[in-house]
Design a protein around this ligand. Structure first.
Ligand code: SF4
Length: 356
């Protein structure tokens, strides 16, 4: 036992109620059709920061395109990013493909069931590792994300700040102590499902909760106050002029983002940091940076996009150039029908509506 939180807590009763409820009420989700570790892995990576309803069509498309680890390992990274387009957090897709390449080269294309080997793969953190080991391999490993922390904070009435990094360790230890050894797969999925359907962030539906009798927050009437989560810092806003530059052939300039960092290797329309250079210098700055002369034309609209730590405020302009080719490989002229072949992040997909 890790601390006093589990004193007098009826672990076996809680496990039994939760598992029975899960078996009777679980949603019919495509990744639950079998317990294939590769599919569980793909689904868990997609579900990070993303809602189930959004993930379902992406998952189906991804698995039909890359049904096995070999298909994903040998796929072109740009194709993988294109399939992931719109789901956000693209480093998840790149890490997944790198990790799958490693299991193809080191483990005959089989997802390892060994915690050490699995945990050392790129992008496989403690949560994903625990989810794969428990759901696909039925090993009694904890799988703790924000959703699970919320449920456990309420059931065990824990008021530690879940925004603090050290708190997660505590919840992982508690989850490891209460996970069912008979059916860890149903237990962990049960906690996740309870958090998604009943013990929701706002206004948990305690009246319909299968573990109400075990829930200390409910018994004390503090379920709405838990978990404690301090406010995260506000995102920084950065302004850009985003340019739809066309030449006399009707071709449009696009560019590939750097290999590392935000939206790595995705494609976008050129963005000029107007915060730094001022709007009056866009054409001049563009010539210096891109080696292309442009004439700025009308403003077409605004697009904003929020990342976890950053907000982009894009002012979208039309621009004209007499150039027919670009100075380097990072930039390309493409026809509007060819845009479809490149993976674009959401804010730049939104810009496409301004193309005539
Ligand atoms: Fe959540 Fe309410 Fe159930 Fe407690 S009783 S686990 S607060 S839904």
């Amino acid at each position: 036992m890790t601390d006093k939180s589990l004193q007098n807590f009826n672990i076996s009763g809680f496990q039994k109620e939760l598992i029975e409820w899960y078996q009777a009420n679980k949603r019919n989700l495509p990744w639950r059709a079998d317990q294939d570790p590769y599919k569980v892995w793909v689904s868990e990576v997609m579900l990070q920061q993303t809602k189930v309803d959004t993930v379902i069509p992406y998952f189906q498309r991804f698995i039909s395109k890359y049904p096995t680890p070999y298909d994903l390992a040998y796929a072109d990274e740009q194709d993988v990013l294109k399939t992931w387009e719109g789901l956000g957090y693209y480093s998840r897709a790149r890490n997944l493909q790198n990790a799958v390449r490693e299991i193809v080269s080191s483990y005959d294309g089989k997802v390892p069931d060994n915690p050490k080997q699995l945990g050392s793969l790129k992008g496989v953190g403690p949560y994903t590792k625990g989810a794969i080991l428990s759901i696909a391999f039925n090993q009694p490993e904890p799988a703790v994300d924000g959703n699970v922390m919320r449920v456990l904070a309420r059931v065990l009435k824990i008021d530690d700040d879940i925004a603090k990094s050290g708190t997660k360790k505590k919840f992982e230890q508690l989850a490891a102590a209460i996970v069912s050894h008979d059916d860890p797969s149903s237990f962990n999925q049960g906690v996740m499902e309870l958090g998604a359907l009943v013990c929701t962030p706002k206004e948990p539906m305690c009246m319909f909760c299968p573990v109400q009798d075990y829930c200390r927050a409910y018994q004390s009437g503090v379920e709405q106050e838990l978990p404690v989560k301090s406010k995260t810092k506000k995102q920084k806003t950065v302004q850009y002029a985003a340019l739809l530059i066309q030449n006399d052939n009707g071709d449009i300039v696009i560019e590939k983002r750097p290999e590392n960092g935000l939206l790595a290797n995705m494609w976008q329309f050129p963005m000029v940091p107007v915060d730094e250079i001022g709007k009056a210098h866009i054409e001049q700055w563009f010539r210096m940076e891109y080696g292309i002369d442009i004439i700025l034309q009308v403003k077409k609209g605004n697009v904003s996009h929020v990342f976890s730590h950053l907000r982009w405020q894009l002012e979208v302009y039309e621009a004209y150039t007499t150039s027919l080719e670009t100075a380097d490989n990072r930039h390309r002229f493409v026809s509007s029908s060819e845009l479809d072949h490149y993976p674009f992040p959401v804010p730049h997909q939104k810009m496409m509506k301004y193309l005539d």
